[in-house]
Design a protein. Structure first.
Length: 409
């Protein structure tokens, strides 16, 4: 059976999470990358406002030892009569007259900490793009031979052999810091008791016109039955929770039914009849949903139309959820800390010391202290590097960091 993390990642998170994607839609999940020796390759795309800026970016990537670099106008293949895409509508109407730079990087690294150095290269490419007035998402990648074979050579401007690329790569990495220490583990036991219990009466279901709302699969008329099924608190819990997450916050998206459904879910989470593991499931779901707007802001994405409404709903439920604090496990308290940080609520005194808890506690009233904590954590955790230098609002970056740390093993 899949763990809670696998289920939520697969069905609720846009990214960065299982199968996270950069803004260009390419897979971007460093946690799935191999940690063994190369020939693993990274692939990049940056978008620049002019051909001159794109050429400068391409030259800089070649200096960094990228093996292949190509420059193409945005929607290049829509204008190529030999392409299947010729004449199709643009999927990037806001980037007409911009230029894309595509590249492949492989070769030697300073040491065998592959994920760390790949994250450093991600950040270096982002910095280059921003300096030239453009943007770049995180990298994708795959087996070097396969990546090179599939690389589209239209607009190729640089092609290096490994003998040339290798020394350039190592010279470029000399400007980047090595990991400061081992990445910290969660160190909290969330293998909690899970058992059926007494049925729970929910007051909020009947207050909503579900027929007028939608979720990922259409009209939300099935949401009351899903909620009543969860409230039955029986052996169907896991499957029903999966179904609820998949419909209401499908892969991180939100819908008109999301906020009302999560309001009732928060009511359910407050019931003393729930087994600890089941309440933990709901607290994870509420935090993931409530943080989606801040995450979009932190990574420069456009939030879904209903994300702000969802955030408001989850934040509005936090005060009552915090009343659970004295009676729940440390794993549940950890999620309550994160929810309190999301809502900018005072948090109870706690000795929880895992990275996510430390960041959440630092957010209690002093965001500058929290930013310092984020910077310190990012010296060991490559998942946080982008958030340290992002120009996004600090609170959004901190919430996004909490979500990243939430999934640490």
């Amino acid at each position: 059976m899949k763990t809670l993390y696998e289920r939520l990642i697969a069905r609720a998170l846009p990214r960065r999470s299982a199968g996270t994607r950069a803004r260009d839609g390419r897979p971007n999940d460093k946690r799935s990358r191999p940690t063994g020796p190369l020939p693993w390759a990274q692939t990049f795309r940056a978008t620049l406002p002019s051909r001159a800026a794109a050429d400068e970016m391409a030259d800089a990537l070649a200096v960094r030892g990228h093996l292949l670099v190509a420059v193409r106008e945005v929607d290049h293949f829509l204008k190529d009569r030999s392409s299947w895409w010729y004449g199709k509508p643009s999927m990037r109407p806001d980037e007409q007259d911009h230029w894309d730079v595509f590249s492949v990087a492989s070769g030697p690294l300073p040491d065998d900490d592959v994920e760390w150095w790949q994250a450093q290269e991600d950040q270096a490419v982002r910095r280059l793009a921003v300096r030239l007035g453009g943007r770049a998402g995180g990298s994708g990648g795959g087996d070097l031979d396969q990546v090179v074979r599939s690389f589209t050579r239209d607009g190729l401007v640089h092609e290096l052999d490994m003998a040339t690329a290798g020394p350039r790569r190592l010279a470029a990495f000399a400007e980047s810091p090595a990991r400061a220490g081992e990445r910290e583990a969660r160190s909290i036991d969330d293998n909690l008791p899970d058992r059926p219990g007494d049925a729970i009466v929910l007051q909020g279901i009947s207050k909503v016109d579900w027929a007028g709302l939608v979720h990922a699969y259409g009209p939300a008329t099935d949401v009351p039955d899903l909620l009543r099924g969860l409230a039955a608190n029986d052996d169907r819990w896991g499957d029903l929770h999966d179904e609820f997450v998949g419909a209401v916050i499908h892969q991180g998206s939100t819908y008109s039914a999301s906020a009302p459904a999560l309001q009732v879910l928060a009511e359910l989470a407050n019931s003393p009849a729930l087994a600890p593991k089941r309440r933990l499931d709901l607290l994870y779901t509420l935090f993931v949903a409530g943080s989606s707007s801040a995450q979009a802001d932190a990574y420069g994405h456009r939030a879904d139309n209903h994300a702000t409404e969802v955030q408001t709903t989850v934040v509005g439920a936090v005060d009552e959820l915090l009343l659970l604090w004295p009676s729940v496990s440390r794993a549940e308290q950890r999620l309550l800390l994160l929810l309190a940080a999301l809502a900018a609520r005072p948090v109870p005194e706690s000795d929880l010391n895992d990275p996510a808890s430390r960041l959440a506690l630092a957010m209690d009233g002093d965001l500058q202290k929290a930013e310092a904590t984020l910077r310190e954590l990012a010296t060991r955790n490559e998942e946080l590097i982008e958030l340290v230098e992002s120009p996004a609002p600090l609170r959004s970056r901190l919430v996004a960091a909490l979500e990243r740390l939430l999934w640490e093993p």
